[in-house]
Design a protein around this ligand. Structure first.
Ligand SMILES: [Zn+2]
Length: 117
C-alpha cells in the first residue's frame, strides 16, 4: 500500500527526494534566548533531549532555553542579602548615625577600660 503511494507521488511533480525528507523523524523548533536579547530557533528531533543552553547564533553568548519559564525568571533577581534587607528598613544616613554611635560607645568603653592601666 505504501509502495503504491510512493509510486503515485513519483508520477507527480514532487520528486522522490522530497518525499524522503518528509519521512525523516518529526522535528521541533526549539527557541533559545541569549542574554543580549537575541532569539533564535534550533531544529531538534522531537525525541531528542533538549539542551538547556545553546550558543547564540548571533553573538556566541550562552543562550537559555525559552521553553517553559520565561528567561527573565531564570536569570532571576540576586538573592537578597542582609544588607539589602537592612537598607529596606533604614536609610544609609540612619545606618551611619548608628555606626558612629556604636563606634563612640566602643571607643568610650575601650578608653574607659584602659584608664586604670
Ligand atoms: Zn546573542
Amino acid at each position: 500500500m505504501s509502495e503504491r503511494v510512493l509510486r503515485g507521488s513519483r508520477l507527480g511533480s514532487v520528486s522522490y527526494e522530497t518525499d524522503r525528507d518528509t519521512d525523516l523523524a518529526p522535528r521541533q523548533m526549539v527557541e533559545y534566548a541569549c542574554p543580549r536579547g537575541h532569539r533564535f530557533t534550533v531544529p531538534f528531533a522531537t525525541e531528542a533531549e533538549l539542551p538547556s543552553t545553546w550558543q547564540c547564533t548571533l553573538c556566541s553568548a550562552v543562550a537559555l532555553l525559552t521553553d517553559g519559564a520565561p528567561p527573565e525568571e531564570k536569570a532571576g533577581k540576586p538573592p537578597r542579602t542582609h544588607w539589602d534587607m537592612l537598607l529596606e528598613r533604614r536609610s544609609v544616613d540612619d545606618l551611619e548615625v548608628l555606626l558612629t554611635e556604636r563606634l563612640e560607645l566602643l571607643r568610650g568603653a575601650e578608653s574607659g577600660g584602659r584608664k586604670t592601666a
